[in-house]
Design a protein around this ligand. Structure first.
Ligand SMILES: Nc1ncnc2c1ncn2[C@@H]1O[C@H](COP(=O)(O)OP(=O)(O)OP(=O)(O)O)[C@@H](O)[C@H]1O
Length: 295
């Protein structure tokens, strides 16, 4: 399976250009689409999920023309949108049964087996009779994955699934997502760097509708080796350092302000060379587009 996006653009009627000539090629496995709020991730996801039209460009899933063969794509698609509404007075079991029926599983016992299998997979089997309205945020997200997996999808899109989950539930969710990549293209849209470093073999950084980087997390981090420097400073010195250096992030740790800068050469002035991380890669690209103080 391969998903190929070429020269995709979208401008909304209010004039916001949410996608700017995006080119991306995704193979099977987990692909992270990383970007700050408003980067255009959901616009891109909705377009790939056949829910909105671009102004220009093409998307192919193998030889299927995604923008033209919508019904074919929908049969192969599992989608967990950012805003995943549930019917509060229906149990998980009833809802999944209904979704399986909509996805064409007509035989009742086959459907029951499928629903049980999926609920077991997302660790909700024991809660299957509970109304969805009583589920916690993490349980709802796991249910969202179960519904996205109904019908053996070849393309799975999960849009910011870990936002708002506590660390334990996020871990549970990571484990679940890590199993999805085999034989499918999985696109995970997120603004959380850890989501990408934990799960994704490939990723892209997107900001203001543009793809700024695409590759593996390892290569991205390696490209910054020996170029990230850090030091602790007073808050009042931040603005001056912002002027003097290419400041890529500031962090408050135990009451002290730590800054990280990108520099091709040894900057002196008390800076220590620091091991780069994926967060540095992210901020390094994003800071070229937006004021990191606003991220
Ligand atoms: N239906 C719409 N009409 C007009 N503008 C829109 C619409 N949907 C999104 N936008 C704008 O397009 C830009 C990209 O938004 P989008 O939701 O795709 O980004 P995102 O990366 O998913 O952000 P977030 O993480 O906040 O959801 C933003 O400026 C947003 O305000």
């Amino acid at each position: 399976m391969q998903l190929k996006i070429d020269a995709l653009s979208k401008t909304y009627s209010n004039g916001v250009q949410a996608i700017k000539s995006v080119n991306l090629t995704l193979s099977q496995g987990m692909f992270g689409l990383l970007g700050p709020n408003g980067a255009g991730k959901s616009s891109l996801m909705r377009t790939v999920a056949t829910l909105q039209e671009p102004d220009e460009g093409t998307i192919f899933l193998n030889d299927i023309d995604v923008l033209k063969q919508k019904t074919t794509v929908r049969q192969l698609l599992g989608y967990l949108p950012q805003e995943f509404g549930v019917y509060p007075k229906i149990s998980a079991e009833q809802m999944l049964d209904h979704i399986a029926r909509l996805k064409g599983v007509g035989n009742k016992s086959e459907r029951k087996d499928l629903v049980d299998y999926l609920l077991n997979k997302v660790n909700l089997y024991k809660d299957k009779k509970k109304h969805l309205g009583t589920y916690s945020g993490g349980m709802k997200q796991r249910f969202g994955i179960a519904q996205a997996l109904t019908g053996k999808p070849k393309l799975i899109i999960v849009d910011e699934p870990t936002a708002g989950l506590d660390p334990a539930e996020r871990n549970r969710f990571y484990n679940l997502l890590s199993e999805l990549g085999e034989n499918t293209v999985v696109i995970l849209s997120t603004h959380i760097v850890e989501d990408v470093s934990t799960l994704c073999s490939h990723f892209a950084i997107i900001c203001s509708g543009e793809v700024l980087y695409t590759g593996t997390p390892e290569d991205a981090v390696q490209s910054l080796a020996g170029k990230i420097y850090s030091k602790a400073i007073c808050k009042s010195q931040i603005d001056q350092h912002r002027k003097d250096y290419r400041l890529i992030s500031t962090q408050l740790k135990s009451g002290s302000h730590y800054i990280r800068i990108y520099s091709e050469n040894e900057p002196g002035n008390g800076f220590q060379c620091s091991q780069p991380g994926l967060e540095d890669v992210y901020f390094n690209y994003i800071s070229s587009k937006v004021d990191i103080g606003t991220i």
